[in-house]
Design a protein around this ligand. Structure first.
Ligand code: GDP
Length: 458
């Protein structure tokens, strides 16, 4: 390290780039896993094939504003879809689980929209198995519809299209199917020979919502979602807050294992013994298995949505881990650039660290966005493919930044800039935004960057 000009002591953590260089010097190859923080955790228990049991799908509802996301979630929450239960769920805890007539279960994340979805992904937590994209049949495939689709595709989460508001006299579901087929890449629904399921519904009146849910289950079946309930629980924090009477409350989604009252939980930087476990109706639970959301009482603070949680066998181990995590996170946050920048690109490609350059492209008019998108994709080489994760007309938004953070992408703006909030978020997340007003300049710079020839932006 010293000979490379990196002044460190043996107690210091090194950046990936430095590690690669040093290892190379001594003829070693390094493999990275994204389990940056996991290494401090207890040894991973291995699940046997027999221990894996079917679990409920976890579903997020996304779509353009006013197309009916909230109505759909409310309808499912409030109606008596739960066999044998009277009355619906009245409180909001960030996620709820419903039991259908046939006894099968589905878990819904009760925060509609792709913001929450992508913010979680940016924190490394992918909890959604299936995305329902709600599109109003009396409207068009709108910018946020396209965004939602791009987010689901970037996360490789299968979509089901809910064509909503078909009760309206001016509803035109075919128009929606057609517009979907005209997207780039096209989204072809089953009626149009594709493999994306779609269902016409009326979220407001509940028409065919049951059929939509059956399609969710069908999709879930194809995904063969399984988890081992017989191990100590781990999962993800959905939301957390401070409640006047009860202290810190956190809604957790269990992904594997079973969470029980009395378990010692570490969630992000927080920890504590589970004093009580509640379901979405506020009823006490003794345990929550895979795909089941539960609110827990007993943590020493409010972890962040998207933080992973895990149960530890004994309290002292749990506490030690929580402290180590806090220290690690502090170190990580003072490390240099987290995400890709054009400047670094050439070096990282040369190191073999990079296979794909993800770009989010925003522009002022359709024509230039398409032209730029085409030409950028053509820069792909054998070593590195250029992938346009999302492109659209309009200024650079917070949603673009979140998508970039979740997918390690750079953002290119053509004759558009980032709004103040988006700019602030980009700074915080260290996402690079490059703006251009001449197409060939953008192409040249990306090309130079890929060849490692780009000079720093002044
Ligand atoms: P969100 O912004 O996507 O969450 O949309 P909302 O669920 O808030 O719905 C926006 C508006 O559309 C509300 O006034 C709803 O009552 C209305 N709406 C939602 N679904 C339907 C539907 O199926 N039929 C009709 N006629 N109106 C609907």
């Amino acid at each position: 390290c010293f000979s490379l000009g990196v002044m460190v002591t043996m107690n210091q953590r090194l950046e990936a780039d430095t590690l690669l260089l040093v290892a190379d010097e001594f003829g070693y190859k390094i493999e990275f896993s994204d389990a940056d923080l996991e290494e401090t955790d207890a040894e991973e228990e291995v699940d046997t094939e027999e221990s894996l049991l079917q679990r409920a799908p976890v579903v997020t509802v996304m779509g353009h504003v006013d197309h009916g996301k909230t109505s759909l979630l409310d309808y499912i929450r409030k109606t008596n879809v739960i066999a044998g239960e009277s009355g619906g769920i009245t409180q909001h805890i960030g996620a709820y689980n419903v039991k259908l007539e046939n006894g099968q279960r589905i878990t819904f994340l009760d925060t509609p929209g792709h913001e929450a979805f992508t913010a979680m992904r940016a924190r490394g937590a992918q909890i959604t198995d299936i995305a329902i994209i709600v599109i109003a049949a009396d409207d068009d495939v709108m910018p946020q519809t396209k965004e939602a689709i791009a987010h689901a595709q970037a996360a490789q989460v299968p979509m089901i299209i809910a064509i909503n508001k078909v009760d309206k006299p001016n509803a035109n579901p075919d128009n929606i199917r057609q517009q979907l087929s005209g997207l780039n890449p096209p989204v072809l629904v089953e009626e149009w020979g594709g493999n994306v399921q779609a269902q016409e519904i009326s979220a407001k009146f509940g028409n065919n919502v049951d059929v939509l849910l059956e399609k969710v289950l069908l999709q879930a079946e194809m995904l063969e979602l399984k988890a081992n309930p017989e191990r100590s629980a781990n999962g993800v924090v959905i939301e957390a807050s401070l409640d006047k009477g009860r202290g810190y409350v956190a809604t957790m989604l269990v992904q594997t294992g079973t969470l029980r009252v009395g378990d010692y939980v570490v969630a992000g930087k927080n920890h504590g013994k589970v004093k009580a476990l509640l379901d979405e109706r506020g009823k006490n639970l003794t345990e929550a298995g895979p795909s089941i959301p539960a609110t827990i009482l007993g943590l020493d603070g409010a972890p962040t949505a998207g933080d992973k949680f895990r149960v530890y066998a004994d309290e002292s181990e749990g506490k030690a881990i929580a402290n180590k995590r806090e220290q690690l996170q502090r170190e990580l946050s003072i490390r240099t650039k987290k995400h890709t920048t054009l400047e670094e690109l050439g070096r990282r490609i040369a190191l073999g660290e990079f296979k794909e350059l993800n770009i989010i492209l925003k522009g002022d008019v359709d024509g230039s966005v398409e032209a730029l998108s085409d030409q950028l994709q053509r820069l792909s080489t054998e070593e590195i493919s250029v992938k346009i994760l999302h492109s659209g007309v309009g200024q650079i938004t917070e949603s673009d930044i979140n998508l970039a953070a979740a997918s390690d992408a750079i953002i290119i703006g053509f004759n558009v800039r980032a709004g103040a909030n988006a700019k602030e978020l980009a700074d915080r997340e260290e996402i690079e935004i490059r703006t251009y007003s001449v197409i060939y300049k953008a192409i040249d710079e990306v090309k130079e960057a890929m060849e490692g020839m780009l000079s720093p932006e002044i």
